[in-house]
Design a binder for this molecule. Structure first.
Ligand code: MTE
Length: 330
């Protein structure tokens, strides 16, 4: 995401210790503890590949990120577009915790994926800490092919595997006083070198209204292209709002809080005039620094017209009928 960088006090990237030279103790321990599942040779190969500069963006320690159960594709959500070529979405990412360029996947692969829990708290009847594998078993998963439109005017079409956020809300039972949902991204200091850049408002926070959270499109992916969701795409557990600009779709979520206060998001705190709370896709409302009329499809570089609500108006337009005074498109 193009943001106005404050100059003067930041440490240039080249002065930081290259992350691949730092031993990731937790991943080593996780791999060691997985001896029953992984042969010693397989562990050694995986650790070698990761530490010597990964060449496979799908690389994972099977003990740290187990296979997903089979998931049926839900035919209700037709993308109307070709799927993005698989390598693009997993190697071209925005994940500022790992750095500001698009090629952060080798660093992201160093983040341990298990154990992973999400705390659901705030204005709910049944707060709790849920293991991501328990949620997968309890709720079940399905595949949905969604378009994702980044505010930077690129777009992708990918099959996510996961469950509707509303299913998790049914478990915790929001109180009538809850008006908003806040999503917090994990902070894993050993792998996320971006967290050292103290001028960013960490942790990464995103938010939506309770009505948006309960909408059928709001999805919690745990997988991508039929495999466990890789860390560079927000594994093992993220949120996706396909009708909003992609920055609303917080990655690697570790806490979900129901609240009566509108959450102030990471991007809103940085540059509220460019990245607001609602951020619904609209081709007619330009970003202050570029047009949103068209978008570039990653993988083919084809340019296509942007669609209102990213083409999902039939599902979500009704959420905004009484909100015309709000800045719905930024
Ligand atoms: N979540 C966190 N925690 N940190 C980020 O930097 N970037 C956002 C969003 N979620 C971001 C994040 C932006 S700008 C986009 S476009 C999408 O993630 C990109 O998701 P993708 O890499 O899976 O395409």
């Amino acid at each position: 995401m193009r943001i106005l960088r404050r100059r003067g006090w930041e440490i240039p990237e080249r002065d930081a210790t290259p992350e691949h030279l730092v031993t990731n103790r937790r991943a080593l321990m996780a791999a060691a503890g997985a001896g029953a599942m992984l042969s010693t040779q397989a562990q050694a190969q995986w650790l070698f590949r990761r530490d010597q500069g990964a060449t496979d963006p799908w690389a994972r320690n099977p003990a740290d990120l187990p296979d997903l159960p089979p998931a049926m594709r839900n035919a209700r959500y037709q993308p109307g577009r070709a799927m993005s070529p698989e390598r693009e979405p997993i190697t071209f990412n925005n994940f500022y915790e790992f750095g500001t360029d698009k090629g952060i996947w080798p660093q992201a692969l160093r983040m341990p994926m298990r154990p992973w829990t999400v705390r659901v708290d705030g204005m709910v009847e049944q707060p709790g800490e849920f293991g991501v594998d328990d949620l997968i078993r309890r709720i079940g998963i399905e595949e949905r092919v969604y378009r994702l439109r980044c505010v930077e005017a690129w777009a992708m079409t990918v099959p996510w595997t996961g469950f509707q956020l509303s299913k998790l809300l049914e478990i915790v039972r929001p109180l009538g006083s809850a008006k908003y949902v806040r999503f917090e991204t994990a902070q894993h200091r050993e792998s996320m070198s971006g967290l050292r850049q103290s001028w960013y408002p960490w942790p990464h926070i995103e938010g939506c209204t309770i009505e948006e959270a309960a909408n059928e499109l709001t999805f919690m992916p745990v997988g991508l292209f039929g495999r466990p969701l890789p860390p560079q795409n927000g594994g093992p557990f993220r949120v996706v709002f396909p009708w909003k600009y992609g920055f609303k779709s917080g990655k690697s979520v570790t806490r979900i809080t129901l609240t009566d206060q509108r959450p102030k998001s990471f991007w809103e705190t940085l540059q509220g005039n460019e990245y607001g709370f609602w951020a619904n896709v609209n081709p007619e409302v330009a970003h202050p620094r570029w047009s949103q009329a068209t978008e570039r499809l990653i993988g083919t570089n084809e340019r296509v017209p942007t669609r209102l609500f990213n083409g999902y108006g039939e599902f979500v337009a009704g959420l905004y009928t009484n909100l015309q005074s709000e800045r719905l498109w930024a």
